[in-house]
Ligand binder design. Structure first.
Ligand code: PLP
Length: 383
């Protein structure tokens, strides 16, 4: 968000900045969702407080959608509607963790996870991965990081920032390992519909049903329906976890804005045709960005199978001279690229790994080509 804000400020000052920083779709929210919200604005019912845990109709719809998309059967009482997936992440850890509990977090990780874990009194324990495995962790790596204090595995597939997607077999293996060691799993499924090529989304709790009473699912409408600004997400879990998280939310923020909840209801009860159309565009842009990045000397880009990010290694560029400077870290390289090529990327440091950059391909096709071309030209000057 900091990189995105700087890029937007430069743009506002008249610089032709191309931003690969933002973690959000560039599409407007589909019309039928917006129309539902407009109708809700005019209905005085939605001008008042509603139950802190979410509109009953939306909770029912989220339960039905979860069965439709994941094959996971839950009651509406196991659903809590939150202010975005982000609040669901915070509340899941607040409900689950006691001081000193450890949470396994696979790196590169979404920036918020370690902060949410620490805020709840827990300790994130990082399990490192790199491009050689396509940023996937295996059970051996997880087992090596497990201690007596390990309480939760945080699982996310498709992943932000890497776009990595675990195969159904890998998901099942990790789920069985979690069951064997009586760990909780918090599974972030916010990119479930954005998978490409032969990859498919597998919900860990469907792959390993024995996890159901130790699993919290985090999800939301932000990425799937181009609704990042509406702030609607949810968590699904065992009744006691949902009750505790609902109590917390009741005192922290009360109900999510009703107009947004009505919009989310239209989204999750509608069909997936608008989602399929956006997915197709991302898939085309994904091919373009991966092909172009792989042509840049010193850049290595594993194929992202989901979400809308590429996560290339730039280690081959670091330490070399470009326009009188010698960037030693991915953070320094991103600064140089923003200043010299007017291209914004997020340095890997934000995701717990140095030597990488995250580039969102949720931007227009022409900008995408122009931005990567500028990056290529600048990096080609490296001596
Ligand atoms: C992996 C992941 N989970 C959850 C979220 C939260 O999304 P929101 O709070 O907008 O619903 C994001 C947003 O960037 C994300 O990348």
């Amino acid at each position: 968000m900091a990189v995105d804000a700087r890029a937007k400020a430069l743009k506002a000052a008249g610089k032709p900045v191309i931003g690969f920083g933002a973690g959000e779709p560039d599409f407007p929210t589909p019309d039928y969702i917006v129309e539902a919200a407009v109708g809700a604005c005019r209905d005085p019912r939605w001008h008042r407080y509603t139950p802190a845990g979410g509109l009953p109709a939306l909770k029912e719809a989220v339960a039905a959608k979860t069965l439709r998309d994941s094959g996971f059967e839950v009651a509406a009482s196991q659903v809590l509607i939150t202010n975005g997936g982000k609040q669901a992440v915070y509340e899941a850890f607040a409900a689950l963790l006691d001081p000193g509990d450890e949470v396994l977090v696979i790196a590169p990780y979404w920036t918020t996870y370690p902060e949410a874990i620490r805020l709840a009194g827990g300790s994130p324990v990082v399990v490192m991965t790199d491009e050689s495995s396509g940023y996937l962790a295996d059970v051996a790596a997880l087992e090596a990081a497990r201690t007596e204090r390990t309480k939760v595995l945080l699982f996310v597939s498709p992943s932000n920032p890497t776009g990595a997607v675990y195969s159904p077999e890998q998901v099942a293996e990790i789920g069985r390992w979690a069951v064997e060691h009586e760990l909780w799993v918090v599974t972030d499924e916010i990119y479930e519909h954005l998978v490409y090529g032969d990859a498919s989304f597998t919900s860990i709790v469907t792959a390993v049903p024995e996890l159901a009473d130790r699993c919290v699912v985090v999800n939301g409408v932000a990425k799937t329906y181009a609704m990042t600004g509406w702030r609607v997400g949810w968590l699904i879990g065992p009744q006691d976890v949902v009750k505790a998280a609902t109590n917390l939310q009741s005192h922290a923020t009360s109900n999510v804005a009703n107009v947004s909840q009505v919009a989310a209801l239209a989204a999750v009860t509608g069909d997936l045709s608008a989602v399929a159309a956006m997915r197709e565009v991302y898939e085309r842009r994904r091919s373009t960005i991966v092909r172009m990045l792989r042509d840049i000397p010193g850049v290595e880009c594993p194929e992202p199978l989901g979400a809308f990010y590429a996560y290339p290694s730039v280690k081959g560029v670091l330490g070399r001279e470009i326009r009188g400077r010698r960037p030693a870290t991915s953070a320094e390289l991103c600064e140089l690229v923003l200043e010299e090529a007017e291209v914004a990327m997020v340095p890997g440091e934000a995701f717990g790994t140095q030597g990488y950059v995250r580039m969102s391909y949720a931007l227009g096709d022409d900008d995408l080509v122009e931005g990567v071309t500028r990056l290529h030209k600048l990096v080609a000057e490296a001596r």
